[in-house]
Ligand binder design. Structure first.
Ligand SMILES: *[C@@H]1O[C@H](CO)[C@@H](O)[C@H](O)[C@H]1NC(C)=O
Ligand SMILES: *[C@@H]1O[C@H](CO)[C@@H](O)[C@H](O)[C@H]1NC(C)=O
Ligand SMILES: *[C@@H]1O[C@H](CO)[C@@H](O)[C@H](O)[C@H]1NC(C)=O
Ligand SMILES: *[C@@H]1O[C@H](CO)[C@@H](O)[C@H](O)[C@H]1NC(C)=O
Ligand SMILES: *[C@@H]1O[C@H](CO)[C@@H](O)[C@H](O)[C@H]1NC(C)=O
Ligand SMILES: *[C@@H]1O[C@H](CO)[C@@H](O)[C@H](O)[C@H]1NC(C)=O
Ligand SMILES: *[C@@H]1O[C@H](CO)[C@@H](O)[C@H](O)[C@H]1NC(C)=O
Length: 327
């Protein structure tokens, strides 16, 4: 099933680096101070990353897409972007907001907004890569028009769960099931299981992640499975950002001079750090509140349109994490 975008988002990011080198000077530097500068920087086609008053715009035309990346990496935290998606005809385009670590065994938590023809609904695809393996797509439509105004999209990551939220409403939870009997809890194994394998891969707990956003042409799969192509006559396609907030334990040199093991300890164990209180790891954040559980159930009952956990044509045996309460 040609469901996913075909390749992880990282190659897009690398393509962006090449562009940045080719283009040489960055208009970003010349554009003066911005509230965005503290947190993120252009990472792909900086000439397509535009300040417009209080907003940051990512532009896609038939020359290039564009993207930004956080300046820091984080071990646990919450990342939120207030985004107004491409209005009008956005068919063929994908705007993504995601967290990702690096390397072949990377972890990645994705929001991907799949554009559509004018008047037809966007779909929000979420996915998780764990140890380099994805194929965990879920898709929802939304209870509002995401191109009409700004809405907040958040990813919360702590040792117990990854939660995807839309305007504060949880739409997906991936729990740490590393104590369940089907979990790959053997710490000396390499955790190299696939999502269709027999054991749940170890929950992401030790690779720091950056926060990224990008827009690109994906008309080979994004809209109605690739049947609807991008109409370049409607370019440029522009996604607008009002705010990008990241609360997390900053990893690496920016946070001090300790080594990776030290950073792992610092970000995993302490309730307080250089960044202040690690509220995203507190007891109250370890699971949804009763109210949030109801919100999640409502969102899934009314808006879920695809779930890899319920796709026997693709997974004759449901992936192991799907047998737990809230994959
Ligand atoms: C399970 O995850 C917790 C973090 O919530 C970690 O402390 C623990 O060591 C993990 N257990 C195993 C067996 O991996
Ligand atoms: C797994 O069990 C260990 C030992 O009881 C506990 O410390 C840890 O928090 C548990 N992890 C999760 C995710 O439940
Ligand atoms: C660890 O995995 C074994 C099987 O390999 C299982 O019997 C055991 O219950 C698991 N331990 C925990 C704490 O979940
Ligand atoms: C854990 O995995 C290693 C290597 O994969 C294996 O040698 C060892 O027997 C396993 N231990 C348990 C308790 O399953
Ligand atoms: C994981 O499995 C794949 C496919 O079986 C293999 O190519 C790869 O080398 C493995 N990775 C590790 C770290 O063992
Ligand atoms: C686009 O609109 C069509 C028709 O309403 C719908 O079937 C489809 O799910 C929508 N979204 C995408 C991304 O194709
Ligand atoms: C890009 O789009 C513009 C405007 O629609 C068009 O004039 C131009 O020919 C296109 N260029 C390419 C390389 O497709």
């Amino acid at each position: 099933m040609a469901l996913s975008r075909g390749s992880p988002l990282l190659p897009v990011f690398l393509t962006g680096l090449l562009w940045a080198v080719k283009l040489g000077s960055s208009p970003w530097a010349a554009s003066g101070l911005s509230k965005f500068d503290d947190v993120i920087q252009p990472s792909w086609a900086s000439d397509h990353v535009i300040y417009d008053g209080d907003l940051l715009l990512l532009k896609l035309d038939n020359f290039s897409g564009s993207g930004f990346a956080s300046k820091n990496k984080y071990l646990y935290g919450k990342a939120t972007a207030d985004i107004k998606l491409v209005p009008g005809d956005s068919a063929g385009t994908v705007t993504a907001f995601y967290m990702s670590s690096e390397g072949a065994s990377h972890n990645e938590f994705d929001f991907e907004f799949l554009g559509n023809r004018s008047g037809e609904p966007y779909l929000v695809q979420t996915n998780l890569y764990i140890n380099g393996v994805g194929n965990r797509e879920q898709r929802m439509d939304l209870w509002f028009d995401p191109a009409a105004d700004f809405h907040s999209y958040s990813i919360l990551w702590n040792p117990r769960q990854v939660v995807f939220l839309v305007d504060g409403t949880p739409v997906r939870v991936y729990q740490n099931n590393n104590n369940s009997s089907s979990s790959n809890n053997n710490s000396s194994s390499n955790g190299n299981s696939t999502s269709s394998g027999s054991s749940i891969p170890p929950f992401p707990t030790n690779q720091p992640m950056g926060v990224y956003s990008s827009i690109w042409n994906a008309d080979d799969w994004a809209t109605e499975g690739g049947r609807v192509k991008t109409d370049w006559g409607h370019a440029p396609f522009v996604a607008a950002y009002r705010e990008v907030r990241i609360d997390g334990c900053e990893w690496g040199p920016a946070a001090g001079d300790s080594d990776d093991a030290g950073e792992l300890r610092r970000c995993s164990e302490s309730a307080w750090g250089k960044e202040g209180r690690y509220w995203w790891k507190e007891k109250a954040m370890e699971e949804l509140t009763v109210h949030q559980s109801h919100q999640l159930a409502w969102a899934r009952a009314h808006h879920l349109v695809y779930d890899y956990c319920a796709d026997p044509a693709r997974f004759p045996v449901a992936p192991p994490e799907c047998t737990t309460a809230t994959p």
